[in-house]
Design a protein around this ligand. Structure first.
Ligand code: ADP
Length: 162
């Protein structure tokens, strides 16, 4: 059984992430989305909220499951029996850091491969941080977010304004 992990912060999940997860799910028998719990960062959504949103937006993909992790990604991959780490690539700017991480992970666990799936051009500028900036300023991004995520973002920022 070929298993892949798709890691990230997913704060929150966008259609760009979902596109990569869906395409990975067509290639691998199982995809485990790994939600990074980073104690050094304060995310907008808690790890539980990020996992719940991912669970709800990937419900139509039966071979995708969601879990969270802290610590080394290769340990998380090994725990799930995954042979491959799948990442999305948006632009040249993603390449340098991804290249570094892939080589570090290879050194840590040579049996695990990192593979990249190229973004769709319509999502090539899309990141969780730009989404948060736009919503914080009262803007919307039609077609770039799952509806449940739009609702969650609106609620988050309404609550902050009050
Ligand atoms: P972000 O940079 O949006 O905060 P994450 O840290 O959650 O994203 O990224 C998780 C993975 O998803 C990374 O491999 C990242 O390159 C990929 N990814 C994020 N947004 C997109 C997108 N719009 N298209 C393709 N891949 C993406």
């Amino acid at each position: 059984m070929k298993i892949a992990v798709c890691p990230g912060s997913f704060d929150p999940v966008t259609n760009g992430h979902l596109d990569i997860i869906e395409r990975a799910s067509q290639i691998f028998d199982q995809v485990v989305v790994g939600v990074l719990e980073n104690p050094n960062k304060t995310p907008l959504f808690s790890v539980e909220e990020r996992c719940d949103l991912l669970t709800s937006v990937t419900r139509y993909l039966p071979n995708v499951k969601i879990d969270y992790f802290h610590g080394l990604l290769v340990d998380f991959a090994e725990k799930h029996g995954a042979q491959v780490i799948v990442k999305g690539l948006r632009a040249v700017s993603d390449f340098e850091i991804e290249f570094q991480m892939a080589l570090a992970n290879k050194r840590l666990k040579p049996t695990i491969e990192t593979m990249f799936i190229m973004t769709r051009h319509e999502y090539s500028f899309l990141s969780s941080s730009i989404v948060k900036q736009v919503f914080e300023l009262g803007g919307r991004l039609p077609g770039l977010l799952p509806p449940a995520v739009e609702v969650a973002l609106q609620e988050k920022f309404q609550r902050r304004v009050k």
